[in-house]
Design a protein around this ligand. Structure first.
Ligand SMILES: [Ca+2]
Ligand SMILES: [Ca+2]
Length: 225
């Protein structure tokens, strides 16, 4: 079989062409793949490899909402029982109110509150807050990070293994139990010439949120050029 016999029909030429393509493609493939998955990613086992990662947070809020109408100086105790298999990013208590009972400006009602974290697993400090009932996102908000420095914003980390990342975004089983707070109403009424009370109360919307999340990890593959 001389050289010409290899290419003397269109079929043989096609086969020769395909063979040539594979001969070129395979070494190129095996040369390229190790650099795509560089040493950091293939060495050290699945959880021990360190490299660059996109870290995202798939958040699911657990929400409890209640509404209370309170007179001046009245208090209301509110409770939020938290159970979760997922990691908890933070716990938030938001009090909103909108005093529109007064005929003119001024005499806006307010809200005060103090937490009681004694029924919660973990090291949490009690907080207190207050704010005016001027509508929108008024009132006040208390927040506790259960996962340290939790923001829920996607970031890229470098030089860390998957297990190190999972250890960093972890609530350590804290934040479960009963979160509690006492809300106190501060009602302000304009003077009335007839001796009647124009504004005697306010409606407080109480919203507890436990923001749970699942880590979304994606290795960043850097193609060397
Ligand atoms: Ca008022
Ligand atoms: Ca009012």
């Amino acid at each position: 079989m001389d050289f010409e016999d290899l290419f003397n029909t269109p079929r043989k030429m096609r086969i020769a062409g395909v063979s040539l393509a594979f001969m070129l493609a395979f070494p190129l493939y095996f040369h390229l793949v190790p650099s795509l998955l560089d040493d950091d990613m293939i060495g050290g086992g699945a959880s021990g490899a360190s490299g660059n990662w996109e870290v995202g947070f798939a958040e699911t809020p657990i929400v409890l909402q209640e509404t209370q109408v309170l007179g001046d100086g009245d208090t209301h105790d509110t409770f939020f029982d938290v159970v979760s298999e997922l990691n908890i990013g933070y716990i938030e208590l938001d009090i909103d109110c909108n005093d529109n009972d007064d005929p003119g400006p001024g005499f806006t009602d307010g809200a005060e509150g103090t937490s009681d974290v004694s029924g919660v697993v973990g090291e949490f400090e009690d907080q207190s807050g207050d704010g005016m009932c001027s509508g929108g996102d008024s009132g006040f908000t208390l927040r506790w990070d259960v996962t340290a420095n939790y923001s829920g914003v996607n970031i890229t980390v470098s030089g860390m293994s998957e297990s190190e990342i999972r250890a960093m975004w972890n609530d350590g089983g804290q934040g479960r139990g009963t979160w509690a707070a006492t809300i106190t109403a501060d009602i302000s009424s304009p003077p009335s010439p007839l001796g009647s009370i124009i504004d005697s109360d306010e409606e407080y919307e109480i919203t507890w949120t436990a923001m749970t999340y699942e880590l979304m990890l994606q290795p960043v593959v850097e193609v060397e050029t």
